[in-house]
Design a protein around this ligand. Sequence first.
Ligand code: ZN
Length: 275
Amino acid sequence: MKLSRSRLAAVGGVFLAAALIGFGLVHILVAPVVPPVVVRTANAHRLLSGGITAHIDRLLHERFPTSSTRPRLVALTFDDGPYPVETPLLLDELTQLHVPATFFLIGDDTKLFPALAQRIAGAGDEIANHTQTHPANFEALGAAAVRRELDRGAATLEQYVHDPAIRTMMRPPHGRFTLRTVEAAQRDGYHVILWSDDPGDWRAAATPSAIDAHVTRYATAPDIILLHSGKINTIQALPGMVARFRTAGFRFVTVGELLRTVPLSQILHPERLRV
Ligand SMILES: [Zn+2]
């Protein structure tokens, strides 16, 4: 049988549509799930399993912004350090903008620059645990090693500053985690703080305007934004970002305040908003 040209085009179109739908489905099924937080008492398996219901839940909440009553709160989080050049510049900028933030500090770096950790605490910012040595392969560690990293990190930080978040909030190094490491941290008493937006500010190509554009495009209410302490581009992106969120009615808070004041269901299902 000879297929006419229009018939061929129609068949091709059907195949293309099927491929696109299939791709979308595969994307939903294999894309890693990043819940903004996995609190100490949460069922980590359910949150991280990549289950289709978790994905659909998120897609539904993210695709259809409404005029809901979700709290317009945004938590800026800064990983790593402290660093002798960038961290003071970052603190100056945050002070000038009157923006509180949450710092996930590394034990080894804090030992090198304890006065900077004290300056962060003195500014009223929150200090939480980013492990002692920031292992490259944190997600491959066993439960005992995870616990050792967290306990050593906390002990180091507590030599210089006092903050309950040091023993209750952690973020995995490199943002990489597995169910095993998350459950180990939970058993050690920690809420695992992930993010609702990762603008990739650690990349060399992340210019201030690219960071700003990302957080604007993926803004949610509430929002936990993953940033880094050692990046000049990130500091330069702050004034524009902060102004935009404030114009959209957002208030800046620490992660601790977010956890204390917003129902967990709303943190886990942030709503997409235009800022
Ligand atoms: Zn880190």
